[in-house]
Design a protein around this ligand. Structure first.
Ligand SMILES: [Cu+2]
Length: 198
């Protein structure tokens, strides 16, 4: 390779790298839309105080849910990690609204302290004509209710969004390996939820 061809190669390689970089930063269908994520964070920030959530009828389901990563045929694959404490609002119904989830999720970060980490949308199978999609993310399921906190017969789709704590598995992964139930008064290891036919 002569000096000038090396220079050309270098320039071409640099352009290729810039193009690859641009490719990485360009939004794809899998990327969460930033403006919507920001709007959700803004709308839900008031629930960093769990008592505000309770006053708005997001009621604690007490148990801090976590999974050990075991897999079962015909069940969802939950990576090892926690979901935390679900506060469920049964008055939120209708099609999933990004600014009004029907579940808020808290992590017991120390004794007596809950930190808002995520939101979740639950859509009963009975009202879903097809798999719901929110922020370009298809819901998981349909699945049985998560025993023992939700009756097994409550077949539903759900989607988690880790808006207030990073999830190394991705914002929409159901479990977060960085969330812990170690400080929870009620720590509850669940088995992977069974899938049902729509
Ligand atoms: Cu959950």
């Amino acid at each position: 390779m002569t000096m000038s061809s090396f220079a050309r190669f270098g320039a071409a390689a640099t352009i290729a790298l810039i193009a690859m970089g641009a490719g990485v930063s360009t939004a794809t269908a899998d990327d969460p839309p930033k403006a919507e994520i920001d709007a959700m964070r803004k709308a839900l920030a008031k629930y960093e105080d769990p008592y505000v959530a309770v006053r708005d009828l997001y009621l604690s389901t007490v148990g801090c849910v976590h999974y050990d990563g075991s897999t079962m045929e015909g069940h969802l694959n939950y990576a090892k990690g926690a979901m935390g404490v679900h506060f469920v609002n049964l008055t939120v119904q209708g099609p999933p609204d990004p600014l009004k989830p029907n579940v808020l999720i808290y992590e017991p970060v120390s004794k007596g302290k809950l930190k808002l980490v995520a939101a979740e949308w639950l859509v009963p199978l009975a009202v879903a004509k097809e798999r719901p999609v929110l922020l370009g993310q298809p819901f998981q399921g349909p699945m049985e209710g998560h025993e023992p906190l939700i009756p097994q017969g409550f077949h539903h789709y759900d989607l988690h969004a880790w808006l207030f704590k990073d999830n190394p598995l991705g914002m929409f992964s159901p479990t977060n390996p960085d969330v812990s139930c170690d400080n929870a008064d009620f720590s509850l290891m669940e088995m992977p939820t069974k899938l049902v036919t729509p």
